[in-house]
Design a protein around this ligand. Structure first.
Ligand code: S3P
Length: 440
């Protein structure tokens, strides 16, 4: 079923069965970008074919990479022949994707080609100064409109820098690392709060001279510029941020028992599952294994009565995309769930703190919030009955559809089209587990 227009979710029976999480969005972007920078052919399997990632693939083609997609029995195989980059003929368009846009701008700076770029209304409203500042320090010639898109970059020589991250952001860190590949000297990044480390892991696997040291100061990443990258196969594991919607539904719909196969459980991404367990849901990691240098497991989730918990600020980077769905789960719990250190939610695909609160309150859930915190007052159940405004935000759309699966009255979302940016099979997969989701 095509995911467009509005959708409505209703309570039905328990959810049961197996689901396979779609490819991890963060690793998929990186496979395309790092593959396009490397000499030789990178073969990627399990790649997420969501709109955001397809935009990155299109950008890599425009920058000179040869990218082909074959369909094999076990799924699509992406072949990325990289090496030399050239200036694209037209502005690169990143749609809704902050990750694609910020990482590619960093990589372009390192390659010294000229390019212009733009995004949709949501991306045009997001801060780009956070990558522009360190890139300018390296010598990049990047122009933006008031720190936002549209923008352009002109070729210039880069030098290595030492940079202490002012916010926990894997996008900013990755933009600097990708630029540093083409800079003279050793670039050092200090992260007081560690963020997802897929770029470091993948660059090391492709032969970059990158080292990571963790101590009481946080994490320090050092990368030596100038070396060549060599192509290698990438098997993209399932996305924990997408699996979170399935897990949340299984946790709140009474009697549910669901197995989500092939999920990335990198500790810098697993905060949501830890929190769900603390709230009382049955959560177990089965068949732990290594896939292309990343830890992967099958995750079984069973429903149970849930209680409100305190989610510490130190955990926020490891579940930053999961606060919308956690807030929905928290509305079904008994007692307050307090989330702190969540100011970054204000600059995601939407102002997520505002969107979460508006959606919860419309469905009868009490909340309180400040600049960097949110309290959801769980009452053991949710009234529902409202249509939620999704504000061009895929995670807001999926979160409130999950709410409708357990609320007393149906919950609708006004626009579900953005779900295709990260989880095109969401509706079909949820329906396969028994969920009642249909066009409004
Ligand atoms: C991502 C980093 C996070 C996350 C985004 C994906 C990445 O953003 O919210 O969905 O792949 O590097 P920030 O770097 O802005 O925290």
């Amino acid at each position: 079923m095509a995911v467009g227009g509005g959708l409505r979710a209703v309570r039905r029976n328990a959810l049961s069965g197996d689901a396979i999480a779609p490819g991890d969005k963060s690793i998929s972007h990186r496979a395309l970008i790092v593959g396009a920078l490397a000499e030789g052919e990178t073969v990627a399997t399990g790649l997420l074919e969501g709109h955001d990632v397809l935009r990155t693939a299109a950008a890599m083609r425009a920058l000179g990479a040869r990218i082909e997609r074959d369909l094999a029995a076990e799924g699509p195989i992406w072949r990325i022949a990289g090496g030399k980059w050239r200036a694209p003929e037209r502005p690169l368009f990143f749609g809704n994707s902050g990750t694609g846009c910020r990482l590619v701008i960093g990589a372009i700076a390192g390659r010294g080609v000229a390019a212009a770029f733009d995004g949709d209304q949501s991306l045009r409203s997001r801060p780009m100064g956070r990558i522009a500042a360190p890139l300018a320090e390296m010598g990049a010639d990047l122009s933006l409109e008031d720190g936002k898109l549209p923008g352009a970059i002109r070729p210039s020589a880069l030098k290595a820098i030492s940079y202490r991250m002012p916010v926990a952001s894997a996008q900013v860190k990755s933009a600097i690392l990708l630029a540093a590949l083409g800079a003279k000297g050793k670039t050092t990044i200090i992260e007081p709060t560690p963020s997802r480390d897929h770029t470091e892991r993948m660059l090391a696997a492709f032969g970059a001279d990158v080292a990571v040291k963790a101590d009481e100061d946080g994490r320090t990443i050092t990368l030596a510029g100038g070396g060549a990258l060599a192509a290698r196969p990438v098997e993209v594991p399932g996305d924990p941020s997408s699996a979170a919607f399935i897990a949340a539904a299984a946790a709140i719909v009474p009697g549910s028992d669901v197995l989500i196969r092939n999920v990335l459980v990198n500790p810098l991404r697993a905060g949501f599952f830890e929190t769900l367990k603390e709230m009382g849901a049955g959560v177990s990691f089965e068949k732990m294994r290594d896939v292309s240098g990343e830890p992967v497991a099958d995750i079984r989730v069973t429903a149970a009565p849930l209680k409100g918990v305190d989610v510490p600020a130190a955990r926020s980077a490891s579940m930053i995309d999961e606060y919308p769905i956690l807030s929905v789960v928290a509305s079904f719990a008994s007692g307050e769930t307090r989330m702190s250190g969540v100011e970054e939610l204000r600059v995601k695909e939407s102002d997520r703190l505002a969107a979460i609160e508006a959606g919860l309150q419309a469905n009868g859930v009490a909340t309180e919030s400040g600049a960097d915190w949110l309290i959801v007052k769980g009452a053991g159940g949710v009234q529902g009955g409202a249509t939620v405004k999704t504000s061009l935000d895929h995670r807001i759309a999926m979160s409130f559809l999950v709410m409708g699966l357990a609320a007393d009255k149906p919950v609708a979302v006004d626009d579900a089209s953005m779900i295709a940016t990260s989880f095109p099979s969401f509706v079909a997969m949820m329906r396969g587990l028994g969920a009642g989701i249909a066009p409004q």
